[in-house]
Design a protein around this ligand. Structure first.
Ligand SMILES: NC(=O)c1ccc[n+]([C@@H]2O[C@H](COP(=O)([O-])OP(=O)(O)OC[C@H]3O[C@@H](n4cnc5c(N)ncnc54)[C@H](OP(=O)(O)O)[C@@H]3O)[C@@H](O)[C@H]2O)c1
Length: 255
């Protein structure tokens, strides 16, 4: 559904959310495969650790909720590289929330990072991708965005919005020569899930997640989801009538 990538050497990739977890491991894997990297997130030390001895990597700390900061980072990349082959938008945040502990301030912070942030990034890169007429953009949503789940009261809707956004982007951008990748991880062992007190089914390491993500892009897939032994169950559940879906989710989670 997207162009395949057989050789990462020399490809110019901007990873946003590269200081820890899935983004950090994806950046490390890309550096190992010879790609040219620009690394962004708020924590500059984290980015420097990921870049390690790759002194030509561009370290561009930013907060994705800060539009001007995102635009400035994009300008620095274009001044150095002249273009970007792939933008990977990995940054995101999670706060457990249910109806009985709804907190508007926390909800708005999740909306800012998970939804307004990606829109800031789109504003920064879409005109460039469209004028290049090539390249790609991958957005990390979550399998939790497929359908409503307990503990994901606002996180789920932010990720559902990203899934819908990627579908629309694909329709608009693919005919213009630009790849769009929707990335839906299941449970991955990262700082984001470290606080989860329940046993996470089919939990995988961040490095395994990065490999799945890159394999999906190499194969030109649109919907990159992993681990399939978990994500395929949720994809199937989503097709059921709501009566059955809600019963099975109650049964499976005890919530
Ligand atoms: N772990 C899972 O089980 C799982 C499952 C499904 C989807 N996901 C999604 O995968 C993505 C990566 O999560 P992760 O699990 O790897 O968690 P993580 O280790 O906490 O990584 C989150 C990344 O996003 C960056 N970030 C957060 N807020 C930011 C902001 N305002 N501006 C710029 N960068 C920001 C963080 O860097 P700084 O703090 O340095 O800014 C960090 O690099 C997220 O979108 C998450 O929703 C994770």
């Amino acid at each position: 559904m997207n162009p395949r990538i057989s050789d990462w050497r020399g490809l110019r990739v901007w990873v946003i959310g590269a200081s820890s977890g899935i983004g950090a491991e994806t950046a490390r894997a890309l550096l190992g495969r010879g790609a040219k990297l620009a690394l962004s997130a708020r924590n500059k030390d984290g980015l420097l650790t990921v870049a390690a001895f790759h002194y030509d990597a561009l370290i561009l700390p930013l907060d994705i909720t800060d539009h001007a900061g995102v635009i400035a980072a994009r300008d620095r990349i274009l001044a150095s590289w002249g273009g970007i082959d792939l933008v990977l938008l990995v940054a995101g945040t999670y706060h457990r929330m249910r109806a009985d502990d709804f907190d508007l301030a926390v909800a708005e912070r999740m909306m800012d990072t998970n939804l307004r942030g990606p829109l800031n990034c789109l504003d920064a890169v879409l005109p460039m991708l469209l004028s290049q007429g090539k390249g790609g953009i991958g957005i990390v949503a979550s399998i939790a965005g497929l359908s409503g789940l307990p503990n994901a009261l606002i996180y789920g809707p932010t990720k559902a919005a990203l899934i819908n956004l990627c579908e629309s982007l694909y329709l608009d951008l693919r005919p213009r020569g630009i790849g769009v990748y929707l990335i839906d991880p299941g449970f991955v062992e990262t700082p984001l899930t470290a606080g989860n007190e329940f046993k996470m089914p089919a939990l995988i390491t961040a490095s395994a997640a990065a490999n799945e993500l890159l394999r999906g892009i190499e194969r030109g897939e649109f919907h990159i989801h992993f681990p399939k032994r978990f994500t395929n169950w949720l994809r199937l559940l989503r097709l059921l009538p709501y009566r059955w879906y809600f019963w099975l989710i109650h049964k499976a989670t005890g919530l």
